[in-house]
Ligand binder design. Structure first.
Ligand code: BDR
Ligand code: CA
Length: 310
């Protein structure tokens, strides 16, 4: 299975890369970095460092968008630390980014292997929107796209309504969600209920290898933030759950097929993701539907995530 990961590492992005890297059946077609949890320079550098940590050095990493399509950028360093990885110092990366942009690398990879590449998008969707601009046939060139983003029936995590990846580039999200990809949207609806609890975090802390030790240190900062959100020591598993949904679709125990739009105008609701959830949706809606998981098997996911770091 060939996977192109578009990401903004990011502590939970790191967990997603660990999940993918642990699987011998996964070949990384490339990694695109995007601004989001930190500047694109930092997220690109972190992607290279994480490939070294998780044993996949040599995968092409491309620097992507440094800012959203329209609005001014905002960064998530209060969740992920000043260096995007919980202020943990990791070895200098062995590789360098390629010369192409993330959008160019994605388009070239998709054209070289039509229908074979899956995309896992874990940050703002800016690189994917730019790639669509370069290659409007992209939805037919890719096999499947799994996106971590949005909050349909759940509250937001940046505003009461908006999820961070969507909030960071709502115009890009609106374009990508309507482009006609075979798409699964792993939203806060499931990621906020798929939390790593205290016993899991302790078990990770006991694993005796460098990957697990470093990942456990990344998580300290992140868990510090989420413990304030939840009131107990635990954290949401956004990006690794999206990775798991891509590799192990059986983890999704319930889902709906719905068109999803992104609010671009609202004074209070900008970046809200809206789905037509009526039992009989409008028959004349030409917006393509996406798969929205509504229930996942949290315990099996947590076991697999831990196994990935064993
Ligand atoms: C998403 O926002 C980022 O901070 C995380 O890495 C994740 O992709 C969750 O809303
Ligand atoms: Ca992310």
């Amino acid at each position: 299975m060939q996977v192109f990961v578009d990401c903004d590492p990011g502590i939970d992005d790191a967990l997603a890369l660990a999940y993918l890297a642990s699987r011998p059946d996964v070949t990384f077609a490339g990694i695109g970095a995007v601004f989001g949890n930190n500047s694109v320079d930092v997220t690109t550098d972190n992607a290279l460092r994480l490939l070294d940590l998780y044993g996949r050095s040599g995968v092409p990493v491309a620097r992507g968008a440094s800012r959203p399509l329209v609005q001014v950028p905002r960064l998530g360093d209060y969740v992920h630390g000043a260096n995007g990885l919980g202020e943990v110092v990791t070895p200098e990366p062995s590789g360098e980014p390629v010369r192409e942009s993330a959008a160019e690398l994605l388009v070239r990879s998709a054209r070289a292997a039509p229908g074979e590449i899956d995309v896992l998008a874990l940050g703002p969707l800016t690189n994917l929107a730019l790639a669509l601009n370069l290659e409007p046939e992209l939805p037919r060139l890719l096999r499947r796209v799994v996106v971590m983003g949005g909050a349909v029936r759940a509250p937001g995590n940046i505003t009461p309504w908006a999820e961070a990846n969507t909030y960071n580039d709502p115009e890009a999200a609106e374009v990508v969600l309507g482009a006609g990809f075979d798409m699964t949207l792993v939203a806060l609806d499931v990621t906020m209920r798929t939390t790593a609890h205290e016993a899991w975090l302790d078990e990770l802390g006991r694993l005796d290898n460098e990957r697990a030790r470093t990942t456990s240190s990344f998580l300290e900062f992140y868990v510090g933030h989420y413990s304030k959100v939840f009131g107990v020591r635990q954290c949401a598993m956004h990006d690794p759950l999206a990775a798991a949904v891509l590799l192990d679709p059986g983890l999704v125990t319930s889902s709906v097929e719905v068109p999803v739009r992104v609010e671009l105008q609202g004074e209070y609701t900008r970046a809200l993701t809206i789905a037509d959830l009526r039992p009989t949706p409008a028959a004349d809606d030409e917006r393509p539907s996406v798969t929205l998981p509504t229930e996942v098997d949290r315990d099996v996911f947590l076991t697999r995530m831990l196994d990935a770091l064993r």
